[in-house]
Design a binder for this molecule. Structure first.
Ligand SMILES: C[S@@+](CC[C@H](N)C(=O)[O-])C[C@H]1O[C@@H](n2cnc3c(N)ncnc32)[C@H](O)[C@@H]1O
Length: 464
């Protein structure tokens, strides 16, 4: 068999969703990190899989006008970021193009586009899960390398907030001094407005010396250290005198809200961009005073609480019992519990399916859907919905929710343009138009595309 070349010169013709330049060699696709359309690059093959090649790239000629020098010394080997070699405007254009391509595939034409919103480019990331590897004498703590499962060799990260980035060297040093560093597979970092937490996953019981080491880390680095032996229900503060982990907090000053969360809960990672998301969603909803708005996939109440503060009767629904309890506590602490209600429900499951009036009178139909009780909490039908689902989209019950006769609009926050566009098509079939849509650069320098779209009802379709 002829030896396959490990270095090839190719022309880049396309840019993948993941931010890799695409070309072909011997009629096979080659994906090259650090390469842009129009450029000729020398590609060093790193991986072959499923007939495709994945390569590192050095541009040789025809440098793209979108190319910039990455501010990060670890780019592009570290896979934490994907598009540091692109000018910020080009990154935004790429994200908007992905969204518009998906909308075209689904036959959706928005009435208007909002100019892409970008704020901090670096130092924005308040949450991260990092791999740990022991290589010889060294301990690595970092994101995975691109096109590889290896942990990147880094001492700092420009994407993380400075407070989290500076924890990387002491984390490496502490793990290296443990009785068995190989028993630490992963570290999680989380930051609130006035404190940080570190979750150390460990596969074996800790020795007394290990405990003392992490207690010293907590004091020296002024962060809360939580040890995790199995699932999140095993999270234990390392400090002797603390039984309970401490809450972190973030503020939404425009609504006078302080939102508490535990480090392993879902929170939007980019605090300034989150405030922009809340501003956008609230702006789209308009005057909510006295109206019922249901916040689907509400987490700890990131949108529900601003709604309640603005005078809405706000209902939040979410699968995680823990998040719902946290949301209730956040409502109580912020004194908006009279105007908000929270329910734990799997919105993808049967319990998330709205039972229509005809179904209710049909004895063979499923009964007792709790989602009906959620929508009826304030004995008043909802005017609007917020959807902020995971990457998989709003799920099989969307049509039922969208069919509620009283609904006038749906504001959809999405982290996946593919499912956003698919759901937009389903909403179109239910009589909604995509009035405005735009991308929000929640994770600059990465391939992540965050979208907010406002769907307005123009006709009532398929009512019983
Ligand atoms: C993108 S997060 C949004 C959270 C919240 N809106 C925020 O801004 O912080 C998606 C949320 O959906 C929840 N979720 C995931 N699957 C779910 C399901 N099947 N039913 C209900 N909620 C679900 C997650 O627990 C998570 O809180």
């Amino acid at each position: 068999m002829p030896k396959q070349p490990t270095e090839i010169d190719i022309e880049i013709s396309t840019l993948s969703e993941q931010g890799s330049g695409g070309g072909t060699h011997n009629e096979r696709p080659v994906w090259v990190r650090n390469a842009l359309p129009g450029e000729t690059v020398r590609a060093r093959i790193l991986k072959r899989r499923g007939g495709q090649r994945f390569a590192d790239g050095q541009p040789l000629e025809n440098f793209s006008s979108d190319r910039v020098t990455s501010p990060c010394q670890y780019f592009p080997r570290c896979g934490g970021c994907a598009t540091h070699h692109m000018a910020p405007t080009a990154q935004l254009g790429h994200k908007q193009r992905q969204l518009s391509d998906q909308l075209v595939i689904q036959g959706i034409q928005p009435n208007s586009w909002r100019v892409p919103v970008a704020l901090l480019r670096l130092g924005y990331r308040r949450k991260a899960r990092m791999g740990v590897r022991v290589v010889g004498e060294s301990v690595l703590v970092g994101f995975r390398e691109s096109f590889s499962n290896r942990v990147a060799r880094i001492d700092a990260c420009l994407t993380l907030t400075p407070e989290l980035s500076k924890l990387i060297p002491p984390l490496k040093a502490s793990i290296a001094r443990m009785s068995d560093p190989k028993t630490i597979p992963q570290i999680e970092l989380a930051q609130g407005d006035s404190g940080c937490a570190v979750i150390v996953r460990h596969l074996q019981p800790l020795t007394d010396a290990d405990v003392a080491l992490w207690q010293a880390f907590e004091v020296n680095c002024q962060v809360e250290v939580l040890m995790q032996s199995k699932g999140y229900d095993t999270l234990t503060p390392i400090a002797k005198n603390r039984q309970q982990m401490s809450l972190l907090h973030y503020q939404i000053p425009e609504y006078g809200l302080t939102i508490g969360f535990y480090p392993h809960y879902f929170t939007q990672v980019n605090a300034p961009m989150n405030r922009e998301l809340v501003r956008t969603v609230m702006g789209y909803l308009g005057n909510v005073r006295g109206h019922v708005v249901v916040d689907m996939f509400c987490g700890i109440g990131n949108f529900t609480l601003p709604l309640a503060r603005a005078g809405a009767l706000a209902v939040g629904i979410e699968a995680s019992d823990e998040a719902v309890e946290m949301a209730k506590e956040n409502a109580r602490v912020n004194r908006v519990d009279h105007a908000s209600a929270f329910y734990a429900e799997d919105l993808y499951g049967e319990g998330g399916a709205l039972v229509s009036a005809t179904d209710e009178s049909d004895e063979t139909a499923p009964t007792g859907s709790s989602i009906n009780a959620c929508f009826d909490h304030f004995s008043q039908s909802p005017d609007a919905l917020i959807l902020d689902p995971p990457r998989s989209g709003a799920g099989p019950n969307l049509e039922g929710w969208a069919g509620i006769p009283s609904l006038k609009q749906i504001v959809y926050v999405s982290c996946n343009p593919v499912t956003f566009a698919e759901d937009a098509k389903r909403l179109k079939a239910k009589g909604y138009v995509l009035e405005q849509v735009g991308v929000y650069d929640m994770f600059p320098g990465t391939a992540h595309v965050e979208t907010v779209g406002r769907f307005v009802r123009t006709s009532v379709v398929g009512l019983d």
